[in-house]
Design a protein around this ligand. Structure first.
Ligand code: HEM
Length: 249
């Protein structure tokens, strides 16, 4: 590796900088992901959402490149979070008073590692549930609905979204601070905007299970018929989607 880069990454400032950049890029992914997921609101067949998913699945080279990049970002961010937490713990044991940031300590800043661990656990379940689940071929929108309206599914999402909201409420502000974006007039405004972004992401993601629980989103459709309404739509009976984790069978 380049010696300068190695030196930079060995320093606490270097690691925090890379954590901030990877974190902000992941927030960028979340904004795009939320925008795509909000298509579930578009109609009550799931057609728009499924068509959107089909579009990027039809471009495997692009999809796999984006996924490799995402994995690299998550890996870097999580690895550096572990390293920084261990370093801070060691420093504390040696008697150094280390402050994570110059701002005052809040519940969000004190629980970054814990909320991060919750998000990581959620991600594993989430990928098994949607990205790697063969049942997604029966229609991703229907799978999302089956998952997010099951008691276990909604409980996992509720905990994960609370952890994500808390994590982001500190993360974006802290990343800007680490990157030295500091200005006597604009910093307070930027801090508010960063908090606003976290709130928008939280409300946006939470709105999806709430809408689905309220009866919105894809209605009962016959497997294989994609978006055509079920012939029994007058008296819809839930069609179980096999393979969804937490599904009541
Ligand atoms: C209500 C909230 C959410 C819904 C309905 C949802 C839905 C989905 C679906 C359907 C997929 C599979 C896409 C496909 O295979 O084409 C997916 C993938 C993914 N989701 Fe979510 N998601 C939600 C929240 C989140 C959150 C909060 C995170 C991150 C903390 C996240 C991270 C991911 C990642 C990393 C992927 C894999 C992307 C890929 O490999 O293409 N999701 N999500």
């Amino acid at each position: 590796m380049f010696p300068r880069l190695k030196l930079f990454l060995a320093s606490s400032l270097g690691r925090k900088t890379v954590m901030a950049v990877t974190g902000l890029l992941l927030v960028g992914f979340l904004v795009l992901h939320l925008a795509g997921n909000l298509l579930l609101f578009a109609d009550d067949t799931g057609a728009t959402f499924d068509a959107y998913a089909a579009q990027y699945h039809a471009r495997p080279a692009l999809l796999y490149t984006a996924e490799v990049l995402l994995v690299a970002l998550f890996w870097c961010h999580i690895y550096l979070a572990f390293r920084t937490t261990l370093d801070n713990r060691e420093a504390r044991q040696r008697g150094y008073a280390i402050r994570q940031s110059l701002g005052k300590r809040t519940i969000a800043s004190a629980s970054m590692f814990v909320t991060g661990a919750f998000i990581l656990a959620f991600l594993i379940v989430h990928l098994l549930d949607f990205r790697l689940n063969p049942a997604s071929e029966q229609g991703l929108a229907r799978l999302v609905k089956a998952r997010l309206t099951s008691p276990l599914g909604i409980s996992i999402y509720a905990v994960a979204l609370l952890a994500l909201g808390l994590h982001l409420s500190h993360a974006v502000k802290s990343a800007l601070q680490t990157l030295g974006i500091n200005h006597p007039r604009f910093t307070p405004l930027l801090s508010k905007a960063a908090l606003g972004l976290a709130v928008v992401l939280f409300i946006g993601f939470a709105s999806i299970p709430l809408m689905l629980l309220g009866g919105g989103g894809p209605q009962n459709t016959v497997v294989g018929e994609g978006t055509r309404p079920s012939p029994t739509e007058a008296e819809p009976a839930p069609v179980p989607v096999k393979g969804a984790i937490g599904d009541e069978r």
